[in-house]
Ligand binder design. Structure first.
Ligand code: GDP
Length: 524
């Protein structure tokens, strides 16, 4: 097998999705620690609270102590090269998370055993579903008195509409949490919060008398429960998992390091490597010799000394090498990338090479847009990188009306980076910004002031939701003639319907049955 194929096959690129507080940061940190990528637990938490400066690029982020941006952590584990894509912890930046999910091959979903499935879990899972992303579930905080595991699995199945196949099964919970039984290896790992990596001892076999010795009465309860669980739950089915229909489930306690190793091993053994990606003209196979990739995220001012931006590119095929000339397909220009960044967990390094599945950062001055494709020459355009309908809309108001040009330019560029979405109504000169979370407006206002010297404020407008319009030119014109006050053009020049409320949207949809009102738009 060729070196290229070997390297690509061993890539595992994933993100962790969770409702805030379920334990994503803790689990990230423990995965890095078990993977040998950090020497000491605590490093990621320090970053989250803003003590560390490596990924904090904006004052705003430091002030609020939240991660505005996603970053990437790469580390080798066993035979694999892991790329763990971090997502912002704060739900106001979930648009960033949504986009990051377009760049992964699988995801880990963290569920808090006390709270079960929460609002943000549902949203994020729906985003994964757009690409049938395979999901592994980690039920966290078993050291607390949570809900019965059977009930949690039922809830995941019914609310998230995905089959659950438990791989491990917890022995007790809270004070009585003793460890997990591995349903397939027939091993029992005992929990010890004082053991360095959370596990005290591993024994083979449910019938092992050592089990009774260690946990007394709970041993018999476990045997009965395992029998029940085997009968009542789904058996792990690799194909169903890879198709995004079934999630293997692990139980543990990230804070106590317990269950993390099994999870990491499962990712290495079961999670998919890079898959073919659809482009407009054809599907692109990761093992193709020629390099290709797309931009899923743009991050500004990572280094506050510069005004540079970093465009995050997911390599979709072939190999990237420092200094390589790659073509920015949309503009038709070739650029030599001498200063690409990779994301080894301990440091940001200038990279020599990257393979399909990896992420590289390309510094630029605002010339690279979200969703753009890069290739070694071919006229490729990757699809499936959507924009999501914003949930909050505000109108930008200038403090100094003479700065309208700067405001327009600033908003247009920030929209191209994905900081928020821009809509221009066809019947007025308003500049309406759409976002998923309120903090996005703060980021835009902050950046307008610092990068474009424009003082803008935002005020509410009566728009509840947006839909991208697809239909014949004739139908779209009829619609625009009838409801000019509801039609706007987005940052990419596409027509959008801005609805003041759900009833209005429904009525308009009924009147124009031949027009499709889409909740997402492909970034082009
Ligand atoms: P995030 O918001 O999803 O990134 O969650 P964090 O990792 O910051 O965790 C939220 C809170 O849950 C923190 O106080 C953690 O210490 C706590 N936590 C995380 N894992 C566990 C666990 O296994 N058991 C318990 N009891 N608490 C945990």
């Amino acid at each position: 097998m060729s070196h290229l194929a070997d390297e690509i096959r061993r890539r595992r690129t994933f993100a962790i999705i969770a409702h805030p507080d379920a334990g994503k940061t803790t689990l990230t940190e423990k995965l890095l620690w078990f993977g040998g990528a950090i020497l000491m637990a605590g490093a990621v938490r320090a970053r989250k609270s803003g003590k560390h400066a490596t990924s904090d690029w904006m004052e705003l982020e430091k002030q609020r102590g939240i991660s505005v941006t996603s970053s990437v952590m790469q580390f080798p584990y066993r035979d694999c090269m892991i790329n763990l894509l971090d997502t912002p912890g704060h739900e106001d930046f979930s648009e960033d998370t949504y986009r990051t999910l377009t760049a992964v091959d699988s995801a880990v979903m963290v569920i808090d055993s006390v709270k079960g499935v929460e609002a943000q879990t549902i949203k994020l899972l729906n985003v994964c579903r757009l690409r049938d992303t395979p999901i592994v579930t980690f039920v966290n905080k078993l050291d607390r008195d949570g809900r019965p595991p059977i009930e949690l699995l039922d809830e995941i199945e019914s609310v998230l509409n995905i089959e659950c196949a438990p791989i491990t099964w917890p022995i007790g919970m809270g004070e009585l949490f003793r460890g997990v039984y591995h349903l397939y290896d027939d091993t029992i790992s005992f929990f010890d919060p004082k053991a360095e990596k959370g596990t005290a001892e591993i024994i083979q076999g449910l019938d092992n008398p050592r089990l009774d010795e260690l946990i007394g009465e709970q041993a018999e309860e476990l045997r009965l429960e395992v029998e029940l669980v085997r009968g009542a739950s789904h058996t792990f089915d690799l194909d169903a998992y890879l198709a995004g229909r079934q999630c293997p489930v692990f139980f543990g306690s990230a804070a106590n390091n317990f269950g993390v190793q099994s999870l990491l091993d499962a990712i290495v053994e079961r999670a998919p490597g890079p898959k073919p990606r659809p482009a407009e003209s054809r599907a692109v196979d990761p093992f193709e010799e020629k390099f290709s990739g797309f931009i899923f995220k743009i991050q500004a001012n990572m280094d506050p000394k510069h005004r540079d931006r970093i465009a995050f590119l997911r390599v979709c095929s072939g190999r990237f090498e420092r200094g390589m000339k790659i073509r920015q397909v949309a503009g038709g220009k070739s650029i030599a990338v001498n200063n690409a960044i990779t994301f080894m967990a301990r440091d940001r390094n200038t990279t020599d090479e990257a393979y399909a599945g990896d992420i590289i950062g390309i510094p630029n001055h605002g010339t690279i847009r979200l969703g753009e494709t890069f290739s070694e020459g071919e006229n490729l355009r990757f699809t499936g990188i959507p924009s999501f309908a914003p949930e909050i809309f505000q109108r930008a108001i200038l403090r100094n009306p003479l700065k309208l040009k700067q405001l327009q330019k600033g908003l247009q560029q920030l929209a191209e980076e994905g900081a928020a979405q821009l809509f221009r109504p066809i019947s007025s000169n308003d500049l309406i910004l759409g976002a998923v979370g309120n903090l996005q407006f703060d980021v835009v206002a902050h950046r307008l002031a610092h990068e474009y010297a424009v003082e803008a404020i935002f005020e509410p407008v009566s728009v509840a939701t947006a839909r991208w319009l697809h239909g014949s030119d004739e139908q779209l014109k009829l619609l625009a003639d009838k409801y000019p006050q509801n039609i706007a053009i987005d940052g990419a020049g596409d027509q959008v319907y801005l609805a003041p409320n759900a009833v209005n949207l429904r009525l308009t949809q009924e009147r124009f049955p031949d027009v499709r009102f889409m909740e997402t738009r492909e970034v082009r």
